[in-house]
Design a protein around this ligand. Sequence first.
Ligand SMILES: NC(=O)c1ccc[n+]([C@@H]2O[C@H](COP(=O)([O-])OP(=O)(O)OC[C@H]3O[C@@H](n4cnc5c(N)ncnc54)[C@H](OP(=O)(O)O)[C@@H]3O)[C@@H](O)[C@H]2O)c1
Length: 183
Amino acid sequence: MSLTQYYTATTLDGFIADPNDSLEWLFSREQDHDGPLNYAAFVAEVGALAMGSTTYEWIIDHEFSGKPAEEWKWPYEIPSWVFTHRKLRVFPGADVRFTSDEVASVHEQMVEAARGMNLWIVGGGDLVGQFADEGLLDEVIVYVAPVTLGAGKPLLPRSVELQLEETAPNGDFVCSRYAVVKS
Ligand SMILES: NC(=O)c1ccc[n+]([C@@H]2O[C@H](COP(=O)([O-])OP(=O)(O)OC[C@H]3O[C@@H](n4cnc5c(N)ncnc54)[C@H](OP(=O)(O)O)[C@@H]3O)[C@@H](O)[C@H]2O)c1
C-alpha cells in the first residue's frame, strides 16, 4: 500500500525556510548522503509528488536563474502536482500538473499515477496540513538542523499526533520518521 509522506528538513524551531524563502541555513550543513533516512533511498520509493507554488517557484528561481528556459530540467521524473491559483512558468517537457482541485481529489489522482509507490508531499507546511486535515498524511520524515531562525515558513501548522518510528543522527542533523496517529 502506498504511503503519503512529508519528507523535509527543518530548523529546530520548526521552519522549513526563512521569512525570505532562503534555505541557506540548510545548505551550509553536513550530511551523509548514504546515511540514515537518506534522500536517495526515500525518493526511490516515491511514485508521485505534490508541492505548493512557492516551493515550485523556489526551484525555478534557484536552480535555473540566468539560464534560458530551454536549458531548464525539472528535477523529478515522476508525475508532479503543483498547487496554485495562478498561471506559473512551466518546465518544457516536464510532467507537472498545475491544480487548485480539492486535495482529496488530487490525492486520488496521485495514488493512481504512483502505481503502488509512495506519495511525497514536498511542502510547504500548510499544504501538508491540508492533506493531514483530510486524514491523508501517513508519515512525517524530518531532518532537524542545529539552528533556530525565530521566524519563517512553518513546518506543519496543524495539531497532528505522531508516533516516533525511527531516529538517528546524520551529519549535523537528527533525522526522524514518525507515523501519523489517526483517530
Ligand atoms: N526545508 C525543506 O526541505 C523545504 C522543503 C519544501 C519547501 N521548502 C521551502 O519552504 C517554503 C514553503 O513555502 P510556503 O509555506 O509558501 O508553501 P508552498 O506550499 O510552497 O506554497 C504556498 C502557495 O501554494 C498555493 N496553494 C497552497 N495550497 C493550495 C490549494 N489547496 N489550492 C491551490 N493553491 C494552493 C498558494 O499560492 P497561489 O495560489 O498564489 O499560487 C499558496 O500561497 C518555500 O520557500 C520552499 O522553497 C523547504
